[in-house]
Design a protein around this ligand. Structure first.
Ligand SMILES: [Zn+2]
Length: 296
């Protein structure tokens, strides 16, 4: 049987995959369309993306279900949330040697009193999504790109109520004059403390920044916990060119920061927006070199 990811990271850093959205857009998904639609409409394309990341050396493959919260899917005109999430996980089970991380992103609405949605509805939606991902074969639940702490905690609690499988939760921070904060104003210390208290097995940061900014974020997190820390940076900051979002950091420039990221304390490393199998392949080369150095 495959070891738990929580044991695997004790032996050394584990490489995750890169962006899925970037890949489906490159394969022709029209702007504004939810990538999750392809889980049922173009399953071969989604499987190919996972296979490309597997070949690049990723050992954790993330399901195409980032926007799979029922509230978000319904808004995009997709009613069968269970099927879309189940299928997302099933399509990712392409090798017995990888961990399948069921991606859970924000529901897309602000929760009361800031917004219109009841916390209960958001919680039940997370439960439905997590159940479908687990039924489809997910080994890990990966809560990502959270900016509101309350929502991140609802997701962690929903996952924890359903499974003893590893639950990792990651928020998106940006540099501000008051230090790193999410757009909702959450600082690193509160995020780490609350997420772990809610029952997550690991914490992290993804999206929002290029990899340089992940080094101080991870270092700060490492000072607060011994639990696994995940870091998935974008391929640089997004730039708008002719109405399209582009990310300019190459596999080489991005990977140059991997040793410092490991030194800061990251256990799980992968890529967010703009990263491709080429980025992951280059990261793998650097990780192999680092591992070689360690064993000498
Ligand atoms: Zn991202």
């Amino acid at each position: 049987m495959k070891a738990s990811i929580l044991d695997a990271v004790k032996k050394g850093p584990v490489l995750m995959d890169g962006a899925i959205g970037t890949q489906v857009q490159a394969m022709g998904l029209p702007p504004g369309e939810p990538p999750e639609r392809w889980n049922t409409e173009r399953p071969d394309s989604i499987r190919k993306i996972h296979r490309d990341y597997l070949m690049a050396g990723a050992r954790v493959l993330t399901t195409n279900s980032f926007g799979g919260h029922p509230i978000r899917l319904n808004r995009a005109g997709i009613q069968d949330s269970y099927l879309v999430n189940f299928q997302a996980a099933a399509l990712t089970c392409i090798s017995p040697d990888v961990w399948v991380a069921g991606s859970v992103g924000p529901c897309g609405e602000m929760i009361k009193p800031l917004g219109k949605v009841e916390p209960d509805e958001v919680f039940e939606g997370f439960k439905l999504q997590v159940r479908a991902l687990l039924d489809g074969g997910a080994d890990i639940i990966l809560i990502e790109t959270m900016t509101a702490l309350e929502e991140a905690l609802l997701a962690v609690e929903a996952a924890r109520s359903l499974t003893s499988a590893p639950v990792l939760a990651s928020m998106t921070f940006s540099a501000t004059p008051r230090g790193f904060r999410t757009v909702m104003g959450v600082d690193i210390d509160s995020a780490v403390e609350s997420i772990l208290k809610a029952g997550a097995d690991g914490v992290g940061s993804n999206c929002g920044n290029g990899i340089e900014d992940f080094i101080p974020i991870v270092r700060r997190m490492r000072g607060l916990t011994d639990k696994p820390i995940l870091a998935e940076a974008n391929a640089g900051m997004p730039e708008m060119v002719n109405g399209k979002t582009v990310y300019r950091q190459t596999p080489e420039t991005m990977s140059r920061h991997i040793p410092a990221l490991l030194e800061a304390g990251a256990d799980l490393i992968g890529g967010c927006c703009g990263t491709t199998p080429a980025h992951i392949r280059k990261m793998k080369e650097i990780l192999d070199i680092e591992e070689g150095n360690l064993s000498i």
